[in-house]
Ligand binder design. Structure first.
Ligand SMILES: Cc1ncc(COP(=O)(O)O)c(C=O)c1O
Length: 394
């Protein structure tokens, strides 16, 4: 009976894997890891505990692997401090906020209506949340308005970065007022971390941010997890780590197999990040243009649609987005209900600008009513040519 249960589980996972190999995945929050990263995820480290203060025996290599990941992260992002313990991008953000704020402190963030990450921490941890103002086009920040708000509220933190992230945020523009008000400027690079690593998106450390955090599995093609980087301030590095060690608040065991996998992904980005990130951005720009040429409306004509991995298809409302997402999935094209499309995973599979008009054509055909089984055949024909992982070591 129990052996049957295992077989059923294995069969479900296998079905999922075979299906997703055939799909065209355009979700902007996901990516593929290399075989080398996957090997680390399956390593013995996945069975182990380690901690700063002496308690567990047997941890000498866990300590070493964390040091290797931290050193690689510091090198890649030119940061003086890196913490690889958060288990997700969300926990990285929580670590920064809870480490730096007292209950009731004011912070300023972007509202989800403007593409901001829908932070819900204040439901449990009282914070005085202010939303940065945006212009009519919804995704461009009202910089003078934001400067005024920061001057008035004097928030503990200003958090830039977003979930709908089509173009750089005004880090430079807000750095001066943040300095004057004693506000720490934080950059949530969850979506664009791999592009920053490859030098293809604004580097917030060069523009005045002191802390950068994010997920390690979106454009950053590592294992699912999070990271916090501090440019050069030791006190800040201590504060953002306070919930992560040595007395756990947000994370206890920080999953050493994930840390080992992250160390490999960091090495891959050091070696291949520039070429990868450039191809991701070239691909998203080509995809946006190709969609528009096929009468699929895309947000952002004023800023040439995108300078990240994301392309945002215009929708009336969430219901329409959901419907489009379902229509696409019937043809094995995987998107979200945003409808946000991301070029990073197809790029990691080796697709280049030449494939973007093909993808746009498949999306347009399906959204304009073509039979899903016909579109699906073409999707499978395309994906069958891209079954390996690019931008990694042999
Ligand atoms: C801007 C932003 N920050 C944080 C997160 C949370 O990241 P994770 O899914 O790694 O917890 C997300 C999720 O997509 C996000 O878009």
């Amino acid at each position: 009976m129990t052996a049957k249960m295992v077989q059923k589980i294995q069969s479900t996972v296998r079905k999922h894997e075979l299906w997703r190999q055939k799909c065209l995945n355009l979700i902007p929050s996901e990516n593929l890891t290399s075989p080398q990263v996957r090997a680390m995820l399956g390593s013995d480290f996945g069975h182990r505990y380690a901690w700063d203060e002496f308690w567990y025996g047997g941890q000498k290599y866990s300590v070493e692997i964390e040091e290797q990941a931290v050193e690689a992260a510091k090198k890649l992002f030119q940061a003086k401090y890196a913490n690889v313990r958060p288990l997700s991008g969300h926990l990285s953000l929580m670590a920064v906020i809870m480490g730096m704020c007292q209950p009731g402190d004011p912070i300023a963030i972007s509202h989800s209506d403007n593409g901001g990450y829908p932070l819900n921490l204040q439901a449990r941890f009282p914070l005085d949340v202010h939303y940065l103002p945006y212009l009519q086009d919804q995704y461009s920040m009202d910089v003078p308005g934001a400067i005024e708000l920061i001057g008035q509220v004097r928030p503990r933190l200003v958090i830039l970065g977003a979930s709908i992230f089509l173009k750089p945020h005004p880090v430079t523009d807000l750095a001066k007022i943040c300095q004057e008000t004693g506000t720490t400027l934080v950059y949530d690079g969850s979506h664009v971390l791999g592009l920053i690593a490859g030098g293809q998106f604004q580097n917030p450390f060069n523009e005045g941010a002191q802390i950068m955090l994010g997920s390690t599995h979106k454009t950053f093609f590592g294992p699912q997890g999070g990271i916090v980087l501090v440019k050069d301030d030791e006190d800040l590095a201590e504060q953002v780590s306070v919930t992560l060690r040595p007395n756990p608040v947000l994370v206890d065991n920080y999953h050493h197999h994930r840390v080992a996998a992250l160390a490999v992904a960091l090495a891959e980005l050091l070696a291949f990040g520039k070429a990868y990130a450039k191809q991701v951005v070239d691909n998203s720009q080509e995809l946006a243009q190709s969609l528009v040429q096929r009468n699929i409306p895309v947000i952002g004509a004023d800023w040439e649609y995108t300078s990240s991995h994301q392309v945002l298809v215009e929708t009336k409302d969430f219901e329409q987005g959901k419907q489009m997402c379902t229509q696409l999935e019937a043809a094995d094209i995987i998107a979200d209900a945003g409808v946000r499309l991301g070029s990073q995973e197809v790029t990691r599979r080796g697709m280049k600008t030449a494939q973007m008009p093909v993808i746009a054509q498949l999306i347009a055909e399906r959204l304009q009513g073509a039979d899903p089984s016909q579109v699906k055949k073409q999707v499978h024909s395309l994906t069958s040519q891209f079954q390996s992982t690019a931008f990694c070591f042999e």
